[in-house]
Each structure stands twice: as C-alpha cells, then as structure tokens.
Design a protein around this ligand. Structure first.
Ligand SMILES: Nc1ncnc2c1ncn2[C@@H]1O[C@H](COP(=O)(O)OP(=O)(O)OP(=O)(O)O)[C@@H](O)[C@H]1O
Length: 473
C-alpha cells in the first residue's frame, strides 16, 4: 500500500485536545482576571481557584493543549492533519468542537473565510484533501460535501436555500451496518477547495445565529459539515487499484450557556423563547455528556451492561459512529481564561477529561478490497508463495485485523440489540405480572361472590322447606 497501513488499534482512542482562547475585548475592558493557563509542552491546563492562602490549583492533562497564542495553522497541523491521512485511506473520521458559548468553536472549525491565515479546520481540511488527491497513487475520485444543522431537535439541510420549513424535512435512518445516515441530505460534488469555501459561506448564511452575553454572533444550533471522498487508490506499485470511501465530519456544537449568563429578565417573549432555545441546546449537550460518561465507564470495564443513550437526542444519534463507533474522533474543547467563566470552563474540562480514554473501533472501507486479495496461504501450499514485500505482509495483517474489528463491532451491536430486547422482555414481564395480579384479584372476587350466591341459595332453600313444612301442619 502506498501509505503505511494501520491496524485498527492504532489511534483508535478518541483524541482530546483543549484550546484556550485569548481574553476578549470585553474581558480586557473590565480588567478580568485570567485564572486558567495552558502549557503546550506539558499538555496540561491549570485552573486556579480562590485567593491567597485559600488558593487551589487543579491540573488536567490532555492529548494536546493549545494556548491563546496558538495559531489556526498549529491547531490544524497537530490535530486534524493526521486525521486527513486516515480519511484518505478509507476511514471515517470526526472532529468536533465543544465548549461554552463564545470560547472559539466556530473560530476553530470555520475561522475567517476572508483571511487564509485565519482559516479554521473545515477550509484547511478541504485544501489538504485536494492537495492529497494530487498524489500519483490516487486515481479517479469524486468529492462530495453536505452541511447539516440540528436546531431544536430538527434536522435542516444548510445547502438548500429557502424558508426553514423547506429545510426541516430530514430524518435520521439506520444503515444496515448499524450506523445512521440522514435521509434526503444534499450532497454536492466539489472539484476544489474554493468550491468547498463557497458551500461553507452558503451554509453560514442559512445557519441559526443569535446573540448571547458572551458572543454577539453565537451559533444557536449544532452544525455538521461532511467531506466524502470516493476514490481509487493503487495499493502495490501499480499492481491493483482498490476503491475506498473516506469521510470527514466536522462538527461545530452550539455553545452551552448557563442560566446565569443567559440574563435575568425572563419575562419578555423574546427572553422566554431564548430560554427555551437555551434549554434545548443544553439538553442535547447533556445527552452527549451522558453518552460520553457511559462510554468512559465501559472503557474502564464498569457498568458494562448500561444502555448508551444515543437515541435520546438527534445530536447523539448523528454522532453515534463518532463516539464508541467506527470513526476516528478528535474532540477540541474550547475554554476562556477568564474568572467570569470559571464554572463553565471547569465543566468543559471535566467533560473533555471524561472523553479521554474512550476507544472507538475504526476500520477502513478500502479493506473491503483487501478481501479480494490473492489467498497467500493457498499459494504457500502450492509452493508458489513469494511474499517479498513488507507492504503485502502489512496488507494481509491489516485485512485480518479489519476482520477482527468488524466481528467485534458486529458483536457489540448484537450486544446492544440483545440488551434492548432484554429491556422489552422485562417490560413485557412486568405487564404480565400486573395482568396476572388483576386476574388473581378478579378470581378472588368471583369466588367470594360465588360464596355469597351459594349461601343465599341455601338460605332460600331452607326458607322454602320451612314454609312447606308449616303448610303441611
Ligand atoms: N483562539 C482565538 N483567537 C482569537 N480570537 C478568538 C479565538 N477564539 C475565539 N475568538 C474570537 O472570539 C469570538 C467568539 O468566538 P466563536 O464565535 O468562535 O465562539 P463559539 O464558541 O463558536 O460561540 P457560540 O457557541 O456562541 O457560537 C469571535 O470573535 C472569535 O473570533
């Protein structure tokens, strides 16, 4: 294979990085104290709480840490560039930004489209993918993009222009392999990075934007930009072309906003609507948090039978394969250094910390092609074996690893199905018990009534006999 093949084990743990943004103008104007610092070399973020003798320091370690001085280029090169290499080998990967409102998620994911040095992850990824496709091992290819928005638990197509009602008709469907896809989502073919920039601009125009205390142009929805590459790659020095499909999902989550920072006047109609919005965003982020917590517990062999609540929000259903699934995933947690945002920053850091250690089970789509490779063991038995190339050995190993991973993933899915079935059986059993109890009570009542009828009948018979006797006398 042209590029080094990887076993599913390498890099399958979710990569978690933290980006600390600089103090913004408002914070600087108010002379806000910075209480969070980041050290790139040590990959550590430190939070200082309290004053003087009561000062407490907590440190958090991550896969990578970016300071207020880190450039867009640095963040991309160190965090997303390796992911692109995987995408170009047929992997599905996800990069998502998480953090409080106004901490730099959109800055990290999109950046400024007017200034190339401020390009964020999406435009830089588009450039890197088209650059990669120029390499001789990549043959014919088609690159497609889609842009999805999740707003108030509704899915909208950001590449379809028009009123909201036209865009809010998408459904999440289950794939045969257990993943999910969005039915009806537009996939636009693109031929260059500039085409991708135009699509981002088009989508940005349609996105739900509002104002929060922390951010004047706040994204009030989650957005997911996907670049899909369907192509052919020559694996062994021109000795065969194999199809691959690589996907890169780039997610800009809506910022969480605590009730305190949402403002006090909750009576005005706009404030009521805003509060409901805020609640919806926080609810989906809460579900995301629960998914991460359970996955983390499972990775620590705790709570192994717990159901992962992917289905409890649209966001987690869409991100199902990115968390505990087949994607290679990177989480960029963004935080403010300011004392005024300390609660939210600590919550983001704890969140990010729980995502560390979650293991996904990625596999490459190009490995399907490996299934058609010559059967080396047959060759060996017929005396033809001539495995000279390490590349062939690697491919063979990767193929075997892929088979194991696929079987493990299938087993995990079966396990979840079994759990769901078990829950259904338990519920049915509960219902049966209730019905049995009702039946028992009814039978008891019936028996008592029967007793009453028998007693009354006996009394009546005795009275009749008595009457008859008296008549005879
Ligand atoms: N690392 C950074 N360097 C310079 N400016 C930044 C950085 N991070 C954020 N900013 C600036 O801070 C402001 C808020 O950032 P941004 O809109 O990206 O926040 P957000 O987390 O996406 O907020 P929301 O969730 O409300 O959409 C923007 O003006 C952005 O340019």
């Amino acid at each position: 294979m042209a590029s080094k093949s990887s076993s599913a084990n390498d890099g399958s743990a979710i990569q978690v990085v933290v980006r600390l943004r600089p103090m913004n103008e408002r914070e600087q104007r108010h002379g806000t104290v910075p209480v969070i610092s980041a050290k790139t070399k040590e990959k550590v973020v430190t939070v200082v709480k309290g004053k003087g003798r009561k000062q407490l320091k907590s440190s958090y370690s991550f896969d990578n840490v970016f300071t207020a001085f880190s450039s867009q280029e640095e963040v991309f090169e160190e965090t997303v560039k390796p992911v692109i290499a995987d995408v170009m080998r047929g992997y599905e990967s996800t990069v998502f930004a998480y953090g409080q409102t106004g901490t730099g998620k959109t800055h990290t994911m999109e950046g400024s489209l007017e200034r190339p040095e401020l390009y964020g992850v999406i435009p830089r990824s588009a450039q890197a993918i088209f650059e990669c496709l120029k390499q001789p091992q990549y043959k014919e290819h088609v690159v497609k993009c889609s842009y999805l928005e999740i707003y108030n638990e509704e899915l909208r197509d950001l590449l379809v222009e028009g009123k909201n009602s036209h865009r809010a008709k998408l459904d999440i469907m289950e794939c045969k392999d257990g993943g999910t896809f969005c039915r009806g989502l537009t996939e636009m073919e693109v031929r260059s990075a500039s085409d991708v920039l135009r699509l981002i601009q088009r989508g940005q125009h349609q996105r739900m934007i509002g104002e929060t205390k922390m951010n004047k142009a706040s994204s009030r929805s989650h957005s997911l930009f996907t670049i899909q590459v369907d192509g052919k790659i020559s694996l062994i020095d021109g000795d065969g072309d194999f199809d691959f499909t690589g996907k890169l999902h780039m997610v800009d989550l809506a910022g969480s906003e605590c009730a305190k920072s949402a403002g006090n006047d909750k009576s005005a109609p706009e404030a009521v609507a805003r509060e409901r919005e805020r609640m919806n965003i926080n609810r989906s982020l809460l579900t995301l948090g629960r998914v991460i917590t359970i996955l983390k517990e499972k990775s620590l062999h705790k709570n192994v039978n717990a159901r992962i609540p992917y289905r409890d929000s649209k966001l987690t259903r869409v991100l199902q394969e990115s968390l505990g699934g087949r994607c290679k995933t990177v989480v960029v947690a963004t935080i403010s250094p300011s004392i005024t945002a300390i609660e939210e920053s600590v919550s983001t850091l704890n969140y990010a910390q729980s995502a560390c250690g979650i293991v996904n089970k990625p596999f490459s789509s190009s490995s399907i092609a490996f299934g058609e490779m010559p059967n080396f063991s047959d060759k060996k038995s017929s005396g033809e074996c001539n495995i000279e190339s390490w590349q062939e050995m690697e491919m063979r190993l990767q193929y075997m690893q892929t088979q194991v991973d696929e079987a493990q993933a299938a087993l995990a899915r079966k396990h979840i199905q079994q759990q769901e079935l078990q829950e259904k059986v338990e519920k049915a059993e509960e219902k049966l018990l209730v019905k049995q109890k009702q039946l028992y009570d009814a039978e008891k009542e019936n028996k008592a009534l029967k007793g009453v009828v028998e007693t009354e009948t006996r009394k009546r018979k005795e009275a009749e006999t008595d009457l008859y006797r008296r008549k005879l006398i």
